[in-house]
Structure formats: C-alpha cells, structure tokens
Write a protein that binds this ligand. Structure first.
Ligand code: F0G
Length: 363
C-alpha cells in the first residue's frame, strides 16, 4: 500500500474521494488524492426565475473546480485508480477541459500525461493549462471524434490509462455533482438542465440522482434536459454528425461516446435532449455574465440557453430548476472579447478626464 503514502490527499474539508467515499469504487489501495475538487457553489439566479416563471432557478457553478471545469470530479477518481493500478502515464482525447484536468491531476501524482486535441479547435486557456502542467499535447489533424478513436486505439495497444469518460471511474466521480445538489437542496429538483457533448456528464448526473433516490436520500428524480449545439446535435437527430460545428468548442462532438447513457437519462427521467443555435448560446452566455455575474465558457451557457428556449414562455411556474455551469469563461478569452462590446474609454492619467468618463458612465 505504498501508493497510500502519496502526499496529495491533503485539503481542508476534503475532496470528492473523501466526501463521497461511500459512493465510489475505492479500495484500501486507492490513494486519497485531491486538488480540492467538488463542494462547488449552488447560487440562485433571479433573472432566470423571472424569464421562466420558475419558483427557483439554481446555478451549479462547476466552473469553481480547481482547473475551472466539472471534469475534476471524475478525473480525481480516474487518476487515483490509475495510480492504484500502477500506471505511469494517462492519456485522453479532449476538446480542452478533460485535457486540462488530466494534466493537472497527473502532475500532482507524478504521472506523465498525453493529451490528443483537435488542432486549432480548442480554446487557448485550456491549451495553456495542459502546457503549464507539463502534458505532451498531440495536436490531431481531425475533430474530437477522430481524436477519441485514436486515443482508444492507443490505450488498447500501449500501457497507458485512458481517462476519457469511457473510463467508468470518470462517470463515478462526476455523479457526485448530482449528490451534492440533493445534499444542498434537501431533495432533487424538478428539472435539471445540462450541456451535452460526449454525453458523459448527463449520464453521470442521472446515475447520481438514481443512486440517491434508491437509497431514499432523495424522494424523487428530476426530468433531465440535455442541450446540444444545433451544429453538433447527434442525439437530437438520432444519428452521428460527421462534421460537427459550433462556436461552443467544448461540445463540438458528432459521435458521443456515452450515447446510450444520454438516451437512458432522457427517457427514464421523462426529459428531453434539445438543441440551441450558437446565437441562443451566446445570448445566454452574455446574460449570465451581465445579469448574474457568472462568467462561463460558451458550452456551459447551453444549459441556460436550452432552458430559455423551451421555457422562456413562463412554463416552469411552481418548479425548482438546476442548471449546471460546466466551465469557466477565462478558458476562452478570445470568445469573450469577440462577443461582447467592451465599454472602454481611453484617457490620459488625468483626474478631470477620469471624472468625465465616470459621469458619462453613470448616465
Ligand atoms: N461543458 C464543457 C465546458 C465541457 O468541456 C464539456 C465536455 C461539456 C460541457 C459536455 O460534457 O462531454 O460530458 O457531455 N468536454 C469534453 C472535453 C468533451 O474534452 O473537455 P460531456
């Protein structure tokens, strides 16, 4: 049990492995690593309550995880199990957030990380994270689906741990977000809205809600509303999309690996998987930043865009809703600069000019 001596289990309050140990496939030999993931804020969004008529709309701010996305919950479990199984390196395909998370946890545990990303199609902040943590980046001339196929082939042949969400430990870790929501609200919400790309997260939330329901910790389960981008909506069309396109690069995926999990979540919850246009996603992105003070990346705003597209008519009256906000706006600074009109006034270092700019701004 040498691996248990790994010094990375220290964080005040504990991470996902410590707090949800009873719900995770841990053994005596699983090292209790953490970067302080999980325990993310659940905040009310009054502008969204007004827009939908819902009694309560809560935002689960997964962007507050250590690497700025929800991936850390699953990655901490996948990397802990890789260490337990004596792997020396991890590998994943990614639209950026999985690779940032894999790189960070691998660095913390002294593992080598290899990440396959679609060349030129991932946000700069995410690439910077992988580089900072010392991962080797394989920039693939293809899209995410090509990169994932290659990742699976590579890990079939080489002694590398695959840490994409096809790795069941990823799903196990990510389900803790649903459990946290029930722990915070005292029960499951009526509706849960979530962006869908490779479909691991919707699969994981549904698993978490079901496990708490069967353990009678929750008295019910929510309807799941999965939201894809219109140009990358295979689950809505019912068949893979060969050339997925959307400004929400994190969910530019045409052949989701957890296809069956997403469909089961939709059907068993009596929910839906819908698509929203890039324009609707960007409107929600700007609204979250402007009216709620939440700066997320575009893919994350898909959950809110979907809720507004379906329920902007006030049809959520009497309901309690949770939207997952999956990743941080700082991951994709170019998008922010392009899609909002910055309110900048150039002045000299001069008191009177500064006052004039402020007075004009107050009008
Ligand atoms: N939101 C963000 C910010 C993401 O990075 C992803 C997926 C999703 C939503 C969709 O989650 O794939 O579980 O349905 N990003 C993966 C990656 C594909 O490689 O970082 P999903």
């Amino acid at each position: 049990m040498a691996s248990n001596a790994l010094r990375t289990g220290l964080s005040i309050g504990g991470g996902v492995l410590e707090r949800y140990a009873d719900w995770l496939p841990l053994t005596e030999a699983t090292p209790c690593i953490t970067l302080g993931e999980g325990s993310t804020p659940l905040v009310r969004a009054e502008s969204l309550e007004r827009a939908t008529g819902a009694d309560e709309v809560w935002l689960k701010l997964e962007l507050c995880n250590p690497t700025g996305s929800f991936k850390d919950r699953g990655m901490v479990v996948a990397v802990a199990k890789a260490v337990e199984q004596s792997a020396s390196a991890v590998l994943c395909a990614s639209t950026g957030n999985t690779s940032a998370s894999a790189a960070a946890y691998a660095a913390r545990c002294g593992l080598r990380a290899f990440v396959l990303v679609p060349e030129g199609r991932i946000a700069q902040g995410k690439l910077a994270q992988a580089a900072a943590h010392g991962a080797r980046v394989l920039a693939v001339d293809g899209n995410f689906d090509d990169a994932l196929r290659l990742a699976q082939e590579l890990t079939d042949q080489l002694p590398l741990a695959l840490v994409n969400s096809v790795n069941p430990y990823r799903i196990e870790g990510q389900k803790t977000a649903a459990m946290e929501i029930v722990d915070s609200l005292g029960d499951a919400p009526d509706l849960h809205c979530i962006p869908v790309g490779n479909a691991g997260n919707i699969t994981a939330y549904w698993k978490g809600y079901c496990e708490y329901f069967h353990a009678e910790i929750a008295s019910r389960r929510p309807r799941m509303l999965g939201v894809q981008a219109a140009g990358a909506a295979p689950l809505v069309h019912g068949h893979p999309v060969e050339k997925p396109e959307t400004i929400a690069t994190a969910i530019r995926i045409g052949a989701p690996a957890s296809w069956d999990g997403a469909i089961a979540a939709r059907d068993e919850s009596e929910g839906a998987i819908i698509s929203t246009t890039d324009e609707q996603i960007l409107d929600a992105y700007r609204m979250l930043a402007d009216a709620e003070g939440v700066f997320c990346e575009p893919a994350s705003a898909a959950s809110v865009a979907g809720m507004l597209a379906r329920h902007g008519d006030g049809s959520l009256a009497g309901q309690r809703v949770v939207c997952t906000i999956t990743g941080h706006g700082l991951k994709d600074p170019e998008r922010a600069v392009e899609s909002v009109t910055a309110d900048v006034v150039e002045i000299d270092s001069d008191f009177a000019q500064a006052v004039a700019a402020i007075e004009e701004g107050l009008q």
